[in-house]
Design a protein around this ligand. Structure first.
Ligand SMILES: *Cc1c(COP(=O)(O)O)cnc(C)c1O
Length: 471
């Protein structure tokens, strides 16, 4: 077994060293994926050969999304300490189910959750759950909100579900993320349960409209979702004002802070999440801006006991019940058996501290401003939004192009096909745009400059294609 791990270890050095220069995606290498197919082997092969094949194909055909020039979605890298600790999590193969299945994993998770609360300046008394992603953190948070809401109406939804209840009112701005809707869909409310209160095509919240809807509920309990960091331009709902509304109308305030919660780390951006301490629940990702490996997200919940009420299991005789001192995090979140995903979170916080993570966030803020300046300086590029955080929303707008949406769709496709750098397109205020997001510790100014150079080069190429087609 140690020999197999040695194979991974020796491949790791080369792979990690290659990240600085390799393209994000080598399309030609995708042909190698055929080597992993074929029928399920009857007898199996020599494990050393199997692992050699996996490493060879993965190193060539894998997406270098942990490298410095992957700006698509919101994709973090992996700090050295987090990667090593993730290997350790696989090595120890703990079941972070309960204090009995692994006192070690249980304790590290307790410390990791406490450190996360400290990192974001949240009260020690809050509860939390480490989950696989921000989608699951939204699910966990809105699961708690659902239980709270049912309780207001005299129903224990964990016992009896939603059948006796009206539809749960959910209000948000146009910034509400698809995964919050997916969480509502999984919880049985349906993804259309959200009433969007937006005042413009960007999706900025209309507080007057939200107040109007809350008034119409005549005191019935409801849930407000505030968005800390939306994905198109990194903008924020006014959390403090939404907290005021939630307090006035007795609503549950949930904040989706998948990456935007990290604004709390820097005095330069902390004002963006002002009021977050008044939330009832917060969802965030660790595999984005904390730079730990997938799959890692977390929910932080003001009323710790609510997690147990919403996610406790009806103790099978061989399992610990909720009040049992041997119970654990399986009873405070949606999963039962689970890996020790606390280990990389613990390790990165232990290794780099509050200061290291603040410095990383601030480096990304600077890089985003640098990117915005390069966009502003390029005559054929047009920035579409302010840059409050680390996403820059812009499009190509070369002179004489009639259909800019079509042009930018082509540009986005050309960028992915080229593979040197990666960024995705979106629809921002009715316009197709690029929206590179910078949250990887490896990214340097040179990477940003290369990104702009590649975008400009491909924009020229698309101009020629479009021009040729038109003539
Ligand atoms: C990424 C993101 C999510 C979903 O996160 P996953 O980790 O992909 O599940 C939710 N909300 C926001 C604002 C996000 O940026």
């Amino acid at each position: 077994m140690a020999d197999l791990l040695g194979q991974v270890h020796s491949a790791a050095g080369d792979y990690l060293a290659s990240l600085a220069a390799r393209p994000v995606q080598d399309r030609d290498a995708l042909a190698l994926l055929a080597e992993l197919g074929g029928p399920l082997p009857e007898k199996g092969s020599e494990p050393g050969e199997v692992i050699e094949r996996l490493l060879r194909v993965g190193a060539a055909a894998g997406t270098a999304s942990s490298g410095p020039r992957f700006f698509h979605f919101v994709t973090g890298g992996v700090t050295p300490a987090a990667l090593a600790a993730d290997w350790a999590a696989a090595l120890f193969d703990q079941n972070a189910f309960s204090k009995i299945s692994s006192p070690f994993a249980h304790e590290v998770e307790t410390v990791a959750l406490r450190w996360l609360r400290e990192l974001f300046g949240l009260p020690e008394s809050w509860g939390g759950a480490l989950v696989g992603s921000a989608t699951f953190a939204n699910f966990t948070s809105l699961g708690c909100a659902t239980h709270w809401w049912g309780f207001q109406l005299g129903v224990d939804t964990a016992e009896d579900g939603l059948a006796e209840l009206p539809r749960m009112p959910v209000l948000s701005s146009g910034y509400v993320h698809a995964s919050a809707r997916k969480a509502l869909q999984m919880l049985g409310h349906g993804r259309n349960s959200v009433t969007v209160c937006a005042r413009d095509g960007v999706g900025r919240v209309d507080l007057g409209v939200m107040r109007h809807h809350l008034n119409r509920l005549k005191g019935a309990p409801s849930v407000i979702i505030a968005n800390a960091g939306e994905v198109n331009a990194g903008d924020f709902d006014p959390i403090g004002e939404l907290a005021e509304l939630a307090a006035e109308f007795g609503a549950w305030l949930h904040v989706d802070g998948a990456f935007g919660l990290f604004a709390a780390l820097s005095p330069r951006t902390a004002h963006l999440v002002e009021g977050i301490g008044r939330a009832d629940s917060i969802a965030a990702d660790a595999h984005k801006w904390l730079n730990v490996p997938y799959e890692s997200g977390f929910a932080l919940v003001r009323d710790q006991a609510r997690l147990g009420s919403a996610f406790g299991m009806p103790g099978a005789a061989y399992l610990p019940g909720p009040g049992d001192p041997a119970s654990g995090y399986a009873l405070y979140g949606p999963e039962s058996s689970r890996r020790a995903r606390s280990l990389p979170i613990w390790a990165t916080l232990a290794a780099y501290g509050k200061q290291g993570h603040r410095e990383m966030v601030e480096r990304h803020l600077d890089l985003a401003q640098h990117l915005a300046a390069r966009v502003d300086a390029a005559p054929e590029l047009e920035r579409l939004a302010d840059v409050p955080l680390s996403i820059v929303c812009f499009r190509a707008a070369p002179a004489g192009v009639a259909d800019l949406d079509d042009f930018n769709r082509r540009l986005g496709a050309a960028l992915l096909e080229d593979g040197r750098v990666y960024a995705g397109t979106t629809l921002y205020d009715g316009r197709i745009a690029l929206r590179p997001a910078i949250v990887n510790w490896r990214t340097t100014e040179a990477d940003i400059d290369l990104f702009v150079d590649v975008v400009r080069e491909l924009s020229q190429k698309v101009s020629h294609e479009v021009g040729t087609r038109a003539s």
